[in-house]
Ligand binder design. Sequence first.
Ligand SMILES: Cc1cc2nc3c(=O)[nH]c(=O)nc-3n(C[C@H](O)[C@H](O)[C@H](O)COP(=O)(O)O)c2cc1C
Length: 141
Amino acid sequence: MLVRLLYASRAAEGVGAEELLAILRQSKVHNPEQGVTGVLCWSEGIFLQVLEGGRSVVNRLYNRIAADPRHTQVELLSYEEIVERRFAGWAMGEVNLARLNPALLLKYSERPVLDPYAVSGAVSMALFLELMATASIVGQP
Ligand SMILES: Cc1cc2nc3c(=O)[nH]c(=O)nc-3n(C[C@H](O)[C@H](O)[C@H](O)COP(=O)(O)O)c2cc1C
């Protein structure tokens, strides 16, 4: 039984490149052990993460992530049972939106900034699929 979960959050004060590296490192160690795949996208203090895997595993991981003091305002945007994974290629793929063409963000929002709190979960998921289609996600399985 697979699920796909999408949430947004705001980086806590003082959380920068070093903490981000630590988060990615932890994810790349834990996620393969748990059969979790996904992508973490960030831009100007906002995180957007998609997680896929077994329902219990993803639910447990989400609860652990939601309690992590390195971010706040963790908001569940989308949760669905799925037949197949879409992000199977990444234990935790990475996207630094600041490095991307602003037109990509503009396609899905009123201004060329990442604001998942202002758009529907479906729109944020569409952005992830576009990131995948444009080969903007980096990282190994
Ligand atoms: C934005 C964000 C995303 C995270 N994503 C993951 C993840 O995909 N997998 C994971 O194991 N931990 C993730 N974490 C870290 C967990 O909250 C938690 O610190 C970690 O799983 C505990 O690892 P440890 O047992 O090595 O201390 C994330 C944390 C943040 C703030």
